[in-house]
Design a binder for this molecule. Structure first.
Ligand code: HMG
Ligand code: MG
Length: 300
């Protein structure tokens, strides 16, 4: 299969990147991050989550963040919504695109959203119905597609079943998440081959955490399978509060460097992206998790 000519990056730094941070981060810093990312040419930014503040305290200010950002025409600003309550809060905040999130692992579903996979899918139906009514697009996530922090191995048939159900429900795209970053290139290709036989590949995306340092290899493997949408996080920020030890998503700068090298067009400015990542790392007092950013900054 030829490599895709265009790839869309879904920037999840402000959500997946920051959700796990224990220290308070001001609304102004979150707003600045989102605006820096859109200015760098990202066409899709996941801004926050409308989840229980008891479960994920860092995302509690998401409505304020939405109110503060400068919405650039042509950019999609999205939020996670686990249920109708979250969807209604997102609607009130003026959100135009949401994402629902399920898992391919029963144990992870319980820990992350406090219900079974089946219950979560049932919970999403009214969200999808309400979204349709309001002309809001819904993206779907499946977590733990290549391994689970609680049950270990995950059956690819279970991944396929959940992805197919989200697709049938009306999610325009389903992002398959290696939540704990244990997948390898071979496992990634095999997974997309199986899931891609049920859900068209142009409606699938890859979401790789980099815990084992395999994310870029897994993205390349996905490109070979015809996948053209990837989630990534500026400066490699993040992790999931319900996946202990999992590190951040693959760094957006590193994915962009890979794609640039392959001549694949994204419309994103690498220098501006590096500056955005460095700025938020300074706010957090953290080392930049992007190898490309570190190399460029060391040279400068
Ligand atoms: P629950 O406790 O079972 O919910 O949590 P409940 O319906 O029984 O309600 C309990 C309380 O939560 C009530 O408040 C509700 O009003 C409130 P109380 O009466 O106690 O004051 N509540 C809410 N508040 C705000 N917004 C809401 C909401 N819903 C209920 N939407 C629930 C169930 C799903 C709410 C909870 O488990 C939750 O919020 N989980 C979110 C976990 C999360 O955000 N995880 C990280 C994102 S997923 C991820 O990172 C993976 C991904 O990146 C892909 C990958 O890497 O694999 C996407
Ligand atoms: Mg994630």
């Amino acid at each position: 299969m030829p490599l895709p000519q265009h790839v869309r990056l879904v920037e999840v730094g402000p959500r997946d990147g920051l959700q796990n941070e224990k220290q308070p981060i001001s609304v102004a810093d979150k707003v600045r991050l989102v605006d820096d990312l859109s200015a760098a040419g990202l066409a899709y930014v996941e801004v926050g989550s409308f989840v229980s503040p008891k479960w994920v305290p860092q995302m509690a200010g998401s409505a304020e963040v939405f109110a503060g950002i400068r919405q650039k025409p042509g950019v999609t600003y999205a939020a996670l919504t686990p249920n109708l309550k979250g969807f209604e809060a997102a609607l009130e905040a003026g959100v135009k695109e949401v994402a629902v999130f399920a898992a391919a692992s029963e144990a992870f579903s319980q820990k992350n959203i406090n219900c079974s996979i089946k219950e979560s899918l049932e919970r999403f139906v009214p969200v999808l119905d309400a979204a349709r009514e309001h002309g809001i697009r819904v993206r779907g996530y499946v977590s733990c597609v290549l391994g689970c922090p609680y049950q270990g191995e995950v059956d690819v048939q279970q991944v396929t079943a959940v992805a197919a159900e989200l697709d049938a429900m009306g999610c325009y795209e389903v992002s398959l998440g290696d939540t704990i970053g244990v997948g390898t290139a071979g496992a990634t290709r095999a997974m997309f081959e199986v899931v891609g036989a049920r859900v068209p590949r142009e409606r699938l995306a890859g979401h790789f955490h980099d815990t084992y340092g395999q994310a870029l290899a897994n993205i390349y493997a996905s490109l070979l399978e015809g996948i053209a949408v990837f989630d990534s996080s500026v400066a490699g920020l993040g992790g999931c509060p319900y996946a202990k030890g999992a590190t951040g998503n693959v760094a957006s700068e590193d994915v962009l460097y890979l794609l640039n090298g392959l001549g694949i067009h994204t419309g994103i400015d690498l220098d501006a992206l590096i500056a955005a990542g460095q700025r938020i790392c300074q706010v957090l007092g953290k080392e930049n998790g992007s190898r490309v950013a570190r190399a460029r900054l060391a040279k400068a």
